[in-house]
Each structure stands twice: as structure tokens, then as C-alpha cells.
Ligand binder design. Structure first.
Ligand code: NAP
Length: 271
């Protein structure tokens, strides 16, 4: 039996165990994935302990993703993003970040290609950093709008692809949305229990807009309902979660996991 796990604090809410165990079962692999509550102070021991115990791999979630950079050997992308969400033990202890890939695949799965598109990314936290780097590298023109403008401006500078990435506050959202093809929401606004909150309402959107809310709890966020009211296309947060997990699974095992089974497991747990 090979063990895998997600480390975080809190971690009991994590959907990763149900998602990965469904994939292991479908592929008839003798593996088990569990959640472990680990504080930042214990992260070094937890990662090295898992390595010593022969774990197949780890995921990291809040508040451990940044701290892990000091402990593992990060890939270039994880270093640039400043966070690790996947730890692999096959070649030393390496740290990957698959969140941006997950977001890109979620868009592509919805038939959306970002190359040359104007993307408005609301938020400049951990998830937004991964998304901004990945989408800019795919050729999107990314505008980052954040409650704390300075954080958006710093992130845009970090990404810094030929001046195509800019950062600002939330004051001019109407105009920014008018000029955007894709709106990605990556703050915690609208997340359970404050499900009635939204930064953007239907009157601010247009029919040609794609609205991707990375919040997945609840599945049908207020933002997505507002987008549908405006006639915009919508993508919920589940597929980003599934694809970031699927990419981790591939890194650890070299196998392509069954995406549909992982998605079903997550949607069943959420509904
Ligand atoms: P984070 O690093 O804590 O960043 C939080 C972001 O939300 C910051 O930009 C923050 O702005 C903004 N924010 C917080 N409260 C706000 C408010 N009242 N008004 C406006 N902006 C506010 O969090 P994260 O890890 O990026 O996660 C963000 C959300 O994405 C969470 O809901 C998480 O569950 C979800 N997520 C989903 C996936 C997926 O696979 N679908 C993956 C990762 C995360 P300031 O900079 O001004 O504080």
C-alpha cells in the first residue's frame, strides 16, 4: 500500500482525499490518500517524515504553500509563483505548483483559449499568483484588480511579460469588465458561509464575457448567478480543483487519472 496525503491547517474540509481515492480505486491501484493537520512549524518534520515513511506524494494547502519553498527544491514555476501545492519524492524532494495549470485546463475544458484574450483577474492572493503566471505565459493580456492595489501592482511586476500584465485596485471595475473577454474571480468573496456576497453584479457584465469563479463552495456562487443573468458564459471552480489534482497525480504516479471520476467524486461531496 502506497500512502499519499494533503497537509494543511485546517484541512478537514479538503476535497483532495475523496478525489484522489476515487482515482486510485478506478485504476485499481493499492494506494490511500489522507488529510493530515500540520502547522507551519511542523512542516519540515512532516515533509521529511513522509519521505522517510515512503509516501508517494503530498499536497499542501493553506497555510503551508509558501513555507514549503524553504523546505523542498521548487521548480522554476513554483519559485516564481512563490508557493508549492505538490511535493514529489521520486528525485529528492521537489515542489511543484499545479494551481495555474488547473485553472488553464478548466478554461480549455469550457472551450476557452486565453491566447490574445483580455483577462481580468480579481484578487492577488496565492491562487491568483498561480493563475496570473500561467495565463500570461499562455499569451493572455492579464489585468489584476485587487482590494489592496499595491499587491496587484507587485504581482503584475513579478509576472512582467512585455508590459502585458498590469495591476490596479477595484475602483474601475465597470470599465475593466467592458474591456475584458474573460473575468476570473480569485478572492474568497461568495464562499460559504457568506454566500450572498459578490464583487461583480450582472449590470456590470456583458453577454460576450466568460466568468470563471474559482470558488467552489458553494458550487453555484452568487457571482455565477449574476453572470448567467447577464447572459455571460460561466465556469465553476470544480474543474480547477480537479485538474490541479490530476496534474499532481500524474507527477507522482506517471499515470493519467480518470478526470470524470474525480469530478464526480468532488461534485457528489459538494452537493
Ligand atoms: P488568499 O491568498 O488568502 O487571497 C485572498 C484574496 O482575496 C486577496 O486578493 C484578498 O485581497 C482578497 N480578499 C479577501 N477579502 C476580501 C474582501 N472583503 N474584498 C475584496 N477582496 C478580498 O486566498 P487564495 O488561496 O488565493 O484563495 C482564494 C479563493 O480561491 C478561496 O475561496 C479558495 O477556496 C479558492 N481556491 C480555489 C481553488 C480551486 O481549485 N478552485 C484553488 C485555490 C483557491 P487583499 O490582497 O486586499 O487582502
Amino acid at each position: 500500500m502506497k500512502l499519499f496525503g494533503v497537509l494543511g491547517d485546517p484541512v478537514s474540509h479538503s476535497l483532495s482525499p475523496v478525489m484522489h481515492n476515487a482515482a486510485f480505486k478506478a485504476l485499481d491501484m493499492d494506494c490511500e490518500y489522507q488529510a493530515f493537520r500540520v502547522s507551519p512549524e511542523k512542516l519540515y518534520n512532516a515533509i521529511h517524515g513522509a519521505n522517510a515513511l515512503g509516501f508517494g506524494g503530498l499536497n499542501l494547502t493553506i497555510p503551508l504553500k509558501e513555507k514549503a519553498l524553504e523546505i523542498v527544491k521548487p521548480t522554476e514555476l513554483a519559485k516564481k509563483i512563490g508557493a508549492v501545492n505538490t511535493v514529489d519524492f521520486r528525485n529528492g524532494i521537489t515542489g511543484h505548483n499545479t494551481d495555474g495549470f488547473g485553472a488553464l485546463k478548466a478554461l480549455e475544458g469550457g472551450g476557452i483559449h486565453v491566447n490574445g484574450k483580455n483577462v481580468l483577474l480579481i484578487g492577488a492572493g496565492g491562487a491568483a499568483r498561480a493563475i496570473a503566471f500561467t495565463l500570461a505565459e499562455e499569451g493572455a493580456k492579464v489585468t489584476i484588480a485587487n482590494r489592496t492595489p499595491q499587491r496587484a501592482i507587485f504581482l503584475a511586476k513579478d509576472v512582467g511579460i512585455s508590459g502585458k500584465t498590469t495591476g490596479c485596485g477595484l475602483d474601475d471595475l465597470n470599465e475593466l469588465i467592458n474591456n475584458s473577454d474573460i473575468l476570473i474571480h480569485s478572492t474568497a468573496i461568495g464562499m460559504s458561509p457568506k454566500v450572498s456576497e459578490t464583487i461583480v453584479t450582472s449590470d456590470m457584465m456583458h453577454r460576450d464575457l466568460v466568468v470563471f469563479d474559482i470558488v467552489y463552495n458553494p458550487l453555484n456562487t452568487r457571482l455565477l448567478r449574476e453572470a448567467r443573468k447577464a447572459g455571460a458564459k460561466t465556469i465553476d471552480g470544480v474543474m480547477m480543483l480537479v485538474y490541479q489534482g490530476a496534474e499532481a497525480f500524474k507527477i507522482w504516479t506517471g499515470k493519467n487519472p480518470p478526470i470524470d471520476i474525480m469530478e464526480k467524486a468532488v461534485r457528489e461531496r459538494l452537493s
